[in-house]
Design a protein around this ligand. Structure first.
Ligand code: HXC
Ligand code: NAP
Length: 289
């Protein structure tokens, strides 16, 4: 989508960059000329992804182990990235933990685990990069991956909804507070984009068939990874330099379909509409009489 070299000279840290959507966004950042640091808890996964992406794009990828809950490991990612690439320009807070469960079945630790990864992990990485950029008087971009239920809420993923809602509040708050330092803070709210990590935990077994996301989306399909990567690259690039504090939804219209009171009428057939129209017209006629 963007012109060649749109991200040339930039170094971007992508948490959870070894798999799924983080990997897809990293791939496109590399194709557009960025250096990318990918982090997660599994070095073998990161190393495989790094060599795959370097071969595919010709770019430079630094794989670093980092549990976003561990502040020392987060600080060490920043230090290593600066040593290897000399600068860091962007942070993509993409790492997340999630699973479906009735909330009353959750232990306190289960709830905290998701909050610690998603909300506190995002805070750890954002604080590390933000403090560095402020100290160095350097511009920077934070891009947070949330979800549409960050603003609608959702049952059965309550810890994730609370955590993503917190990340959205952090996005808007820091946009106002850190704008003066030249730090932009934005978020993307993706709808359904199939990945193994998400589908294993949110739609295990037959649930993927029974609860087919395609039916929930007005465009009648799920998202393609490149569609998200296009948006993320734009938000990381200087082409979006006046966008700050925004959350951009990319869901094919899914959350609005769920929200609109009468959207379920899609199930009404053409013949039924003929009947309904007649009933409505005759009702209003008999009232007038
Ligand atoms: C109830 C559960 C559970 C489950 C774990 N727990 N799974 N409780 N139902 N299915 C409980 C455990 O018993 C434990 O509590 C606590 O949660 C922590 O579990 P651990 O396994 O010790 O945690 P950890 O090893 O840190 O693993 C974190 C994880 C795991 C979140 C549980 O799934 C993970 O590593 N996920 C990372 C990747 C991921 O989740 N990707 C999907 C993102 S998708 P007790 O009390 O027993 O100690 C996403 C999409 C949103 O966010 C929108 C989609 C449309
Ligand atoms: P995924 O492949 O499971 O990605 C999650 C990544 O986070 C993994 O690479 C995982 O790696 C990493 N991670 C988890 N816990 C971590 C921790 N404590 N420290 C560091 N890294 C950690 O799933 P995905 O679908 O691509 O999700 C990516 C992002 O998109 C998430 O923020 C998710 O909420 C968001 N999202 C996804 C969808 C969708 O439809 N897929 C929709 C809306 C939002 P390790 O396990 O190796 O650490």
């Amino acid at each position: 989508m963007l012109r060649d070299d749109a991200l040339k000279g930039k170094t971007i840290i992508v948490t959870g960059g070894g798999t799924g959507l983080g990997k897809a966004m990293s791939t496109y950042f590399l194709k557009l000329g960025a250096n990318v640091v990918i982090t997660s808890r599994k070095l073998d996964v990161l190393k495989n992804t790094a060599s795959e992406l370097e071969n595919e794009t010709g770019g430079k990828v630094l794989p670093l182990v980092c549990d976003v809950r561990n502040n020392e490991e987060v600080e060490s990612v920043l230090k290593n990235s600066l040593e290897i690439f000399g600068r860091v320009d962007g942070l993509l807070n993409n790492a997340a933990g999630n699973f479906i469960s009735p909330t009353e079945r959750l232990s306190s630790n289960a709830f905290s685990t998701i909050i610690d990864i998603v909300l506190k992990g995002t805070a750890n990485c954002t604080l590390a990069c933000g403090k560095h950029w402020i100290k160095e008087k350097q511009q920077g971009t934070v891009l947070n991956i949330v979800t549409t239920y960050a603003f609608t809420g959702s049952g059965y993923v309550v810890p994730s909804a609370c955590a993503k809602g917190g990340v959205l509040a952090m996005t808007r708050s820091l946009a106002a507070e850190w704008g003066k330092y030249g730090i932009r803070t934005n978020a993307i709210a993706p709808g359904p984009f199939p990945t193994k990590g998400a589908w294993d935990r949110l739609l295990p077994g037959d649930l993927a068939k029974k609860f087919d996301f395609k039916n929930r989306v007005p465009l009648k399909r799920m998202g393609e990874h490149q569609e998200l990567a296009n948006l993320a690259a734009f938000m990381m690039s200087d082409f979006s330099s006046y966008i700050n504090g925004e959350v951009i939804t990319i869901d094919g219209g899914e959350w609005l379909q769920g929200a609109g009171q009468f959207n379920g009428l899609e199930a009404v057939t053409s013949e039924m509409w003929d009947m309904l129209e007649q009933m409505i017209r005759s009702n209003s006629k008999s009232k007038e009489e």
